[in-house]
Design a protein around this ligand. Structure first.
Ligand SMILES: Nc1ncnc2c1ncn2[C@@H]1O[C@H](COP(=O)(O)OP(=O)(O)OP(=O)(O)O)[C@@H](O)[C@H]1O
Length: 412
């Protein structure tokens, strides 16, 4: 994307693609409800491509935390506002992510808005869409995390057989529906299947100079630490958390710890809670622990996420340590996550990118600590992740304002 330059003549209103393509009430809502004043380059490009061209499949490929949600929600809301009969579908891999999108749409529209009733939100685990229910006439279909939705949350990045919802989306494409997809990373296999087989006419929007999604996938504001150890993994984790607690900047933010399985997440959670109880003489310790995995009750996770977002707006926030499985990796935008710890080294590039991408969002700094047990196969698993390149610069010039004033991480 070429950085957009919006010059403001003395006394004039700043014009950008928000003003050019969106109604005033939407622009005002963006500002009032989300504090989003102007589009970044990827949003600018997406709005132009959607409203000023006839491409019926558009995919936005950009780093984690770069604002891809608005690249599909805004075209959808404006389309539904223009046409009272229009309908849209939003698909994302997990219920957690779908609920997040619903919350953003509701914030923009106000929850009683009738436009919201014309947007269907589905995850891979929602009941299958049924044409008999008249659900086959969506004007816009948004497919967030298009690789996961089309090809499934496979343990390998190599799976290219379409999921049933993927098949549905491809069949619904043109002439009736326009598809807006997003992705932070496409494996080579997914890229080929998508561009050569399933969406050959797709218009792919990427940052300027990036020719494939294999490069520049990690944000340059991410700091990475690899802790090589042999011995007890839990003890190492406790050491890492203790160090982080002593760091002025890290200790004021929340942490996500990714585990390989539900059982492991439960085990880590139990151990950390016991450890914190033993240490409860420490009155300064404001950490709270929470679990996020696929077997938890949906309403429980929903209230946790609502609380986390609410707490982030409070001045005296407590910090949270979230112990999660991969279900919390894709797309979650939890405020103030300063530290991601990979308790288990993920097996695929995409799992790594999405887990790590919960921090260092929107141009801000964040730290990854990856526990690498030299006595297990961890080090070997990690070698293939070395191929992932960090971008040398922030994707978007406009993000620079958010990275100002962030202290250097002193954690060693
Ligand atoms: N133009 C903008 N100005 C300021 N903030 C923005 C803008 N666009 C998006 N944001 C904020 O940036 C954050 C990240 O956005 P979002 O969750 O859409 O990222 P993403 O690219 O979808 O991330 P992921 O790849 O992890 O799914 C959100 O808090 C969002 O409100």
């Amino acid at each position: 994307f070429r950085p957009t330059c919006h010059r403001r003549a003395k006394g004039s209103v700043l014009q950008n693609s928000f003003h050019e393509f969106l109604d005033n009430d939407i622009v005002e809502s963006l500002q009032d409800k989300l504090s989003v004043v102007e589009p970044n380059e990827v949003q600018d490009q997406a709005l132009k491509t959607f409203f000023a061209t006839e491409h019926n499949a558009i995919i936005v490929c950009a780093q984690t935390g770069s604002g891809k949600t608005l690249t599909f929600l805004l075209p959808i809301i404006q389309t539904l506002q223009n046409n009272a009969n229009a309908k849209a579908l939003v698909v994302a891999p997990t219920n957690l992510l779908i609920e997040q999108h619903q919350a953003v749409a509701a914030a923009l529209l106000g929850s009683s808005n009738t436009i919201l009733d014309r947007i269907q939100f589905r995850s891979l685990s929602s009941p299958f869409l049924n044409d008999d229910d008249g659900e086959d006439d969506f004007d816009v279909i948004a497919v967030d995390e298009i690789d996961a939705v089309l090809y499934g949350e496979s343990k390998m990045d190599e799976e290219t057989e379409l999921t049933s919802i993927g098949q549905y989306v491809i069949e619904k494409l043109a002439p009736k529906s326009r598809v807006l997809g997003t992705s932070a990373f496409l494996s080579r296999a997914h890229q080929m299947a998508l561009l050569e087989q399933h969406l050959p006419d797709v218009e792919v929007l990427r940052e300027q100079g990036v020719t494939s999604t294999q490069t520049q996938v990690l944000v340059p504001t991410l700091r990475q630490k690899f802790k090589y150890f042999s011995g007890n993994r839990l003890e190492k984790l406790v050491d890492v958390l203790d160090d982080a607690k002593r760091d002025d900047w890290l200790s004021q933010g929340s942490t996500m710890i990714f585990c390989g399985t539900v059982e492991q997440a439960q085990e880590v959670f139990d151990a950390l809670v016991v450890e914190a109880d033993l240490d409860d003489d420490n009155a300064d310790d404001t950490n709270t622990f929470a679990l996020v995995h696929e077997q938890l009750d949906r309403s429980e996770i929903h209230s946790l996420m609502t609380k986390l977002r609410h707490d982030a707006n409070q001045p005296a926030q407590s910090t949270t340590i979230l112990i999660c499985t991969d279900v919390a990796a894709r797309g979650l935008d939890i405020p103030n996550i300063r530290h991601v710890i990979l308790h288990t080294v993920p097996t695929t590039n995409s799992a790594f990118i999405h887990q790590v991408g919960r921090t260092a969002r929107k141009g801000q700094v964040g730290l990854l600590t990856c526990l690498v047990n030299t006595a297990s196969g961890d080090a070997q698993k990690y070698t293939h992740l070395h191929a992932l390149k960090a971008a040398s610069e922030l994707s978007f010039q406009s993000w620079k304002q958010y990275s100002k004033g962030v202290p250097k991480i002193t954690f060693n």
